[in-house]
Each structure stands twice: as structure tokens, then as C-alpha cells.
Design a protein around this ligand. Structure first.
Ligand SMILES: Nc1ncnc2c1ncn2[C@@H]1O[C@H](COP(=O)(O)OP(=O)(O)OP(=O)(O)O)[C@@H](O)[C@H]1O
Ligand SMILES: [Mg+2]
Length: 351
């Protein structure tokens, strides 16, 4: 049995330089100094993303999804944040060891981020075309005219109707879904290798959510980018992600190819998340909810952080932190890309 925590399983489709994955996060720890003590927001995260691959990062509010993304993007508030341990390899190079200028070259150009709230990310007093065009003028040195043409092209790509007529409109003149498309356009402008989308559709209503998600998936395939899709909505990721990493209290507790995770979860927390999704075929039944609250990051429970809420918890769960282990079939055959950080993953998977 191998421990994924210590030796990450290589991703199936590696297309980064030197044959490695595009992005590899290794044993990442992030903590925040607060008035009440040190909040351990990220406690040893490992994951990889290859070109053309979508990793969905799932977990309840406060599980460390965004903080991990901010560390990758190099936009963590430091202080109060601190990265006491870990590596973030991009094309095989540890970004945590890079200087500020090298980091800045990657941010936006090579790794772009899409946030939940387009209104607060876009400047309200500048036209959308100006803000898009700025990317081309500043980073690629294009003339005003060329930049405008490229902006219209990009607005077309993200399917904004009548792009040429709307390029001089201001953010508030667009609907929420259209604004999110503009955010996607901004992220794509410099053709990055990796996009991190942090709850890109949470603020939208359900039908618009699906459209924006489909667009993102389509463009990701077209540009062969890596995509990290952060969400707390399992329903959103089924069709677009290749693999899922489930986070709890700053750790990855389960990782699996997307459809396998839905069919056969190997962690009681994942099972709880799945059971709490409304299903059309089970109308009228009471929806399951995971009992209790996520842990206080100033005092993460000893052993498995999920133990106080876990229906399967035994004594060992209260004392020993379960490492993320390779998951196997009953006959010992390894299930590729699957790991679980549960002492009782066998019972959960096969039981
Ligand atoms: N600047 C900060 N100072 C102190 N604590 C912080 C700071 N930024 C984040 N945290 C804490 O780190 C923890 C993880 O936060 P994070 O934003 O990563 O959660 P998340 O998984 O993205 O949740 P959500 O689904 O609500 O977005 C939270 O408890 C949060 O309060
Ligand atoms: Mg978040």
C-alpha cells in the first residue's frame, strides 16, 4: 500500500514540461495569525493538475479551498497568512521559492483566476472593453485599436451577444451571467496554462450556472488548459471535472476520478456530501444533512478532524490522523487516482 500523502500518485495525463504535471501542490500548509491564536487553514494538501485536465475541489465553507488557491496564485494575505511548509510546483518549479518579479510574470499570464463576484472584481467606472483591452495593451503592448479588436473577439468567444456594440458598456449594464463571461474572457486573454475558478457560478441562478460552466469547460478543452474548479456544489462538477479532491479542515480527505466518486465514495464525509444532494428520483424524501459544524481551525480535533461528525467513528479516529492512502478493490487491485484519508475506507467503499 502506498501513502499518497507522502508520494503523490502521478496524474494520468501529464503534459507539463519535463513530463511532469502542470501544477503539483505538495504538502502545503497555510496558517493565519489571529487574535485568538493560530488558525490552521491548510494542513498538508497534495494535488496535481495536468494540461487539459479539470480538478474539482470540493468541501464545506471554511475547508481551505480558497486559501489553497490563493497560495497557488500568490495572492495570500501575508501576514496574517504564513506558509510554514510545502511546495507549489508549476512546470516543475517551486513558485514558493521564486522572487516577487518572477511570481508576477506568472500571475495573470500563466495562471489566471476567476472569482465568484464579477461586480467586485471589475472596475465599475471603466467600460468592459477598456478593462479587457488593458490586458492586451499592458501585457502584449498592442495599440488601442488592436486591443479593442481583440477585446471584441474575446467577448465573441465567451458568447456575449452583439459584442461589437457592447464593448463600450460598463459592468453594471450586463447581467450577472454576462459579467461572469467577461471575467472568463479576462482570464483567457493571455492564454494561461492554468485557470483557477473559485465558485465561478455560485452567484448565478441555476440555468445560467450551467451555461457558464459549459462555456468554461468548452474553452478549457479548446485551449488545453488545466482547470481548478472550486465549489461546494457537487451537482455543478459532475459533467465538467475529470477528478475531484474533497477537502475537510484543510486536508484532502478523498480523491477520485469524478464518476467513481459519485458511484462509490471511500470516505464517510464524501458519502454525507453525496447524500445531501437533492435527487429528482427521490422526491418527497427528507434530505440528509451532515450533523454538526465544521471544526474551529484554532482547535482542530485530534485524530481525524471529521471524527466528531462521523457516523462511523471509532477510538482510533479520535487519536490517529488517517493518511491519504491508495484505495484498492477487495482483491487488492489499485484503483487509479483514488485515495481516502479514512481509517475505515474499506468498509466505506466495499461495505
Ligand atoms: N486573511 C485571513 N485571516 C484569517 N483567517 C483567514 C484568512 N483568510 C482565510 N482565513 C480562514 O481560513 C479558513 C479557510 O478559508 P477558505 O476561504 O479557504 O475556505 P473555503 O473552503 O474557500 O470556504 P468557502 O466555501 O466559504 O469559500 C477559514 O476558516 C477562514 O476564516
Ligand atoms: Mg472559498
Amino acid at each position: 500500500m502506498i501513502t499518497i500523502d507522502k508520494a503523490p500518485v502521478p496524474a494520468p495525463r501529464d503534459a507539463g514540461s519535463a513530463g511532469g504535471p502542470l501544477l503539483e501542490v505538495r504538502d502545503l500548509h497555510v496558517e493565519f495569525a489571529t487574535r485568538d491564536g493560530v488558525a490552521k487553514a491548510v494542513n498538508g494538501v497534495n494535488y496535481t493538475v495536468s494540461a487539459g485536465e479539470t480538478l474539482a475541489v470540493l468541501g464545506e465553507s471554511g475547508s481551505g479551498k480558497s486559501v489553497t488557491a490563493q497560495a497557488i496564485m500568490g495572492i495570500l494575505d501575508m501576514p496574517p497568512g504564513r506558509i510554514p511548509k510545502g511546495e507549489i510546483l508549476f512546470h516543475g518549479q517551486d513558485m514558493l521559492k521564486m522572487g516577487a518579479e518572477e511570481r508576477r510574470q506568472i500571475r495573470g499570464r500563466k495562471i489566471a483566476m476567476i472569482f465568484q463576484d464579477a461586480l467586485s472584481s471589475l472596475n465599475p467606472v471603466l467600460s468592459v472593453g477598456y478593462q479587457l483591452g488593458e490586458m492586451f495593451r499592458v501585457h502584449l503592448g498592442l495599440s488601442k485599436k488592436e486591443a479593442k479588436a481583440r477585446s471584441i473577439e474575446l467577448m465573441d468567444r465567451v458568447k456575449i451577444p452583439a459584442a461589437a456594440a457592447r464593448v463600450n458598456d460598463y459592468p453594471h449594464q450586463f447581467s450577472g451571467g454576462m459579467r461572469q463571461r467577461i471575467m472568463i474572457a479576462m482570464a483567457l486573454a493571455l492564454e494561461p496554462d492554468l485557470i483557477i475558478a473559485d465558485e465561478p457560478t455560485t452567484a448565478l441562478d441555476v440555468t445560467v450556472q450551467a451555461q457558464v460552466m459549459d462555456l468554461l469547460a468548452e474553452l478549457q478543452r479548446e485551449y488545453n488548459m488545466g482547470l481548478i474548479l472550486i465549489t461546494h456544489d457537487l451537482g455543478v462538477v459532475a459533467d465538467v471535472a475529470d477528478k475531484i479532491a474533497v477537502m475537510y479542515a484543510g486536508r484532502i480527505v478523498e480523491t477520485a476520478p469524478v464518476h467513481e466518486l459519485y458511484k462509490r465514495p471511500a470516505h464517510p464525509y464524501t458519502r454525507g456530501l453525496l447524500d445531501s444532494i437533492p435527487r429528482l428520483d427521490q422526491k418527497g424524501q427528507e434530505l440528509y444533512a451532515i450533523k454538526g459544524l465544521p471544526p474551529n481551525l484554532l482547535r482542530i480535533p485530534t485524530g481525524c478532524a471529521f471524527n466528531p461528525r462521523c457516523p462511523k467513528a471509532q477510538d482510533v479516529c479520535r487519536t490517529d490522523v488517517p493518511p491519504l492512502l491508495q484505495v484498492t478493490e477487495q482483491d487488492g487491485t489499485e484503483l487509479p487516482g483514488r485515495g481516502s484519508a479514512c481509517h475505515f475506507w474499506k468498509e466505506t467503499l466495499h461495505g
